[in-house]
Design a binder for this molecule. Sequence first.
Ligand code: AMP
Length: 438
Amino acid sequence: MALKAPRGTADLYGRQAQAWNSIRQAAFDFFAGYGYQPIETPTFEQLDVFVRGIGEATDVVGKEMFLVNDKNGLDRIAAGEKPGAGEQLALRPEMTAGVCRAVVEHNLVPPDATTVKLVYAATMYRHERPQKGRMREFHQIGAECLGAAEPSADAEVIVMLMRFFKGWGIPQQSMRLLINSMGDDACRPAFRDKVRSYILEHADSLCEDCVRRADTNPLRAFDCKNAACQAVLVDAPQITDELCEDCKTHYAAVKALLDGAGLTYEEDPRLVRGLDYYTRTVFEVQVTSGLGSQNAIGGGGRYDKLIQEFGGKPTPGLGFAVGFERMLMALEAVGTADFAVAAPEVFVAAVDEDMRFEAFGLAQKLRDAGVPVELDHQRRSLKSQFKQADKSGALFVVVVGPAELAEGKVTLRTLDTREEQQMTLSELIVCLKAFYRQ
Ligand code: AMP
């Protein structure tokens, strides 16, 4: 049987690979303007990083993990023992937990430090049922801001994200920015209890999942895709009515800053997002066309307790992640997904076999001078090299022939006009560089 990529994964090549490269690079450059520096963490972590960081009762950890055991772990399992913590690993379903683990491990935010801002672009793994915009391996670009408790940090992160999307040509009217506050340790427990009671009171009209989660993670009911459940939950308690004074003040300040920045947003008191670590501000960006039900292109929030959960000193934090695959679909829907794969515009052709050595050397000299160059590696005839150059989208062919070479010259042929001009190597470099400067 022919070998295939695993279900829910996709090879990125051609335009899509170019898109990933361009969007991730643009994110690094754009976020750098807000003080973000790149970070990379391992693709897999100790399972505990996700269990403690994201929460066992979440779908991401409870249902969707790709577990990995190293050799020692497998040996232990074979011997009927339990693998040790360092032997039980999982592919990352998201990046925040791993980043916070790294922040604590390397003490990246010491108590007197200014805010530390980190940006990443990486693959994530979730064992979900694949559908349009939902994959088992997907790419996220994200940012984490650590050490800042002020509402201005929340607003800055949201403004940066919206400007990033706008910079890629997604008009504001094609996006919905949803925001909410999830409260904190002072007010959320009481709210959770109220939601739990509400679910149990309405158990007959809710799906099994919602009822089952009543004790472990009642807020997840708000994310339930079942329309009947949503209808029942319309009258459920709302967090905005339950926020403590501090959370209320924080939320009001964030909104005032967003208003001041001219951002349109919708308050959605039922936006809870699937991960346990969020406190206070949460947000999600949805697009209004092209994505069907998986319409969230990015989301994030504040996680003021996460660093402590990993054994670090109390350090507030917040961040977001953008789903690359969905962002690309959104760009396609608005017609700004222009990711042509560019080939070098200069092709060095050898007139005959004897000239190949010279052509090879010349190509390298041109590249050293900063001119992108392609040449034939398939022993093609001169005519066929011209055809190949034309097909690749090249604009010029530099022809290396014995007669010209004897005079220290080559021929520069402009493909569309078929004009030819003989010149020395240094003239050629000046000529091509001048072209690239235009
Ligand atoms: P989350 O980490 O769940 O907050 O997701 C952040 C963003 O990642 C979402 O808004 C989506 O754009 C994207 N995303 C999440 N899960 C998937 C998935 N299974 N496949 C593709 N993109 C995803």
